[in-house]
Design a binder for this molecule. Structure first.
Ligand code: MN
Length: 493
């Protein structure tokens, strides 16, 4: 019973939000329930349960009420009669903007051409370039990081309920998840989600490899866990003696990352030192270094394996101290040390900042939030200087690029302001040189129209057509410009 499910959802999350904010969530759930009534998913579930599951995933990430409302409504514009203006009227521009963003992102689909891992090297590079373009387009089209988070929550549930779909559909979703969603989750610092995505996709796309890794790693993991439990006991006693409040977990790597590491280490599992690691979580940053000192006092570290990601965070914001030591009986143990906040951030990444922003105890100053998001922007090689939170949430790393599709679904990366002529030259010089017209999103278009993110562009070719001098007034790319100049007779600078 869907209504019962919503009650559970409410019981679980209502207290986390101010009353007026929760009203928005309630209203969204009600509308989604009505709009999807009579619709069922392939596995027979009422469609509303999917919407609610997406809302649940977002509420678990402790995102703001607008994002959860958008999650509940994410399929409403696409799959029901409801128009987006109604969403705007009922829920305001913020929610409407998020829902529209998600609907737009649904256009991005890649088709699996052949197994990635078994591809020849050159093909592999081509594919990797394509995937990278898809990732960029995904970010470019999202505009607001919350749009991506809704899409991630949506994809997670779709991957968890993959079974009922047709084989080609399964394959497509799994491939996209592995090549687009997981890497973006990683870039946003959401390693929990990334691991989940990778393992769900890995299991489906490469079942033989998945089985192989399982068979190889399970006995090894359980052996090392046994050993690390002994190390934990000794270390825990020392930390208590030193009066450092702490918690020590034992964590195994996820399957897909074990698989990738095996490929790099000649399939020798004994070479994967961090297959299982101890994770020491403390309260304060100083304690991280104190713990490291205590560990190194007792056990000799391996040269070159001490990493200070606290002083030098990874580009996606990850912070921790790592060391590998010869621990009890001279056996190798990998130890990670971090604060509670770093631990939370490592799991939830960009989503973590709402936890600190809207949580009852605000443990992070607003300034820190901006630093984190700036960190992200730096990674994308575009340092922006956000002056407000709303600014910081905007994903404008690619605001000067647009991404458009060929009719076959390939993506072309063009500068903002590019026209069908630029597009034509990007596809092939001959296509540019004989370009006679364009069809953008199924409609005849002029040659000087400005292309938008996500447009599908078809070029009409006439063998008799040739470049015109006045094209130079509107083309944007250097490629088009130089080709046109070559062809226009008697052209003078
Ligand atoms: Mn959906």
């Amino acid at each position: 019973m869907p209504i019962l499910t919503f009650q559970k959802f409410e019981e679980r999350f209502k207290d986390h939000y101010p009353e007026d904010k929760w009203k928005l969530v309630e209203k969204a759930a009600k509308l989604a329930f009505e709009a999807h009534s009579g619709q069922f998913r392939k596995n027979g579930q009422p469609y509303f349960e999917h919407a609610l599951k997406v809302g649940t995933n977002l509420a678990q990430m402790e995102l703001d009420a607008e994002t959860i409302a958008a999650g509940l409504l994410h399929d409403v514009v696409e799959d029901t009669e409801l128009h987006k203006n109604q969403i705007r009227k009922k829920f305001g521009p913020k929610v409407a903007h998020l829902v529209e963003g998600v609907t737009k992102l649904d256009k991005i689909k890649i088709e699996r051409k052949f197994p990635f891992f078994r591809a020849k090297k050159q093909k592999l590079e081509d594919l990797e370039r394509q995937f990278e373009t898809f990732r960029k387009m995904f970010l470019a089209m999202s505009k607001d990081v919350r749009v991506i988070l809704v899409k991630m929550a949506d994809r997670l549930h779709n991957m968890e309920t993959l079974e009922a779909l047709s084989a080609p559909k399964k394959e497509q979703l799994a491939q996209e998840t592995l090549e687009i969603y997981a890497p973006i989750a990683y870039r946003l610092g959401m390693s929990g989600l990334r691991a989940h995505f990778e393992d769900l996709a890995f299991r489906y796309l490469y079942p033989r490899e998945y089985q192989w890794v399982n068979k190889l790693a399970i006995p090894e993991i359980s052996q090392r866990e046994k050993y690390l439990k002994q190390v934990r006991k000794v270390l825990g006693k020392e930390l208590t003696k030193a009066k450092i409040p702490h918690q020590i977990d034992i964590r195994a790597k996820h399957w897909y990352s074990i698989y990738q590491k095996l490929l790099r280490k000649n399939k020798d599992i004994s070479q994967i030192y961090d297959l299982v690691a101890l994770r020491v979580v403390v309260k304060k940053v100083e304690d991280c270094y104190n713990v490291l000192g205590i560990i190194h006092k007792f056990w000799t570290p391996l040269i070159g394996r001490i990493k200070d990601y606290i002083a030098l965070p990874k580009p996606n914001g990850y912070q921790s101290l790592h060391t590998t030591v010869f621990a009890l009986r001279g056996k190798i143990a990998e130890i990670q040390i971090r604060t509670e906040k770093m631990n939370y951030q490592a799991e939830f990444g960009v989503a973590a900042h709402w936890h600190y922003a809207e949580g009852k105890k605000s443990r992070l100053m607003p300034k820190d939030k901006l630093v984190w998001l700036k960190e992200l922007a730096r990674f994308q090689k575009r340092i922006s200087d956000p002056t407000s939170l709303d600014e910081a949430l905007k994903l404008d790393f690619f605001k000067d690029r647009i991404f458009v599709f060929t009719p076959k679904g390939d993506v072309k990366d063009l500068p903002a302001g590019a026209t069908p002529i630029d597009f034509a030259y990007t596809v092939h010089t001959d296509i540019g040189n004989h370009c006679a017209g364009s069809i953008v999103n199924g409609k005849m278009g002029k040659l000087d129209v400005l292309l938008q993110n996500g447009d599908v562009v078809r070029i009409i070719i006439n063998p008799k057509a040739s470049p015109k001098q006045d094209w130079l007034q509107f083309v944007k790319t250097q490629l088009a410009r130089s080709q046109i100049k070559k062809c226009v007779k008697n052209y003078n600078e």
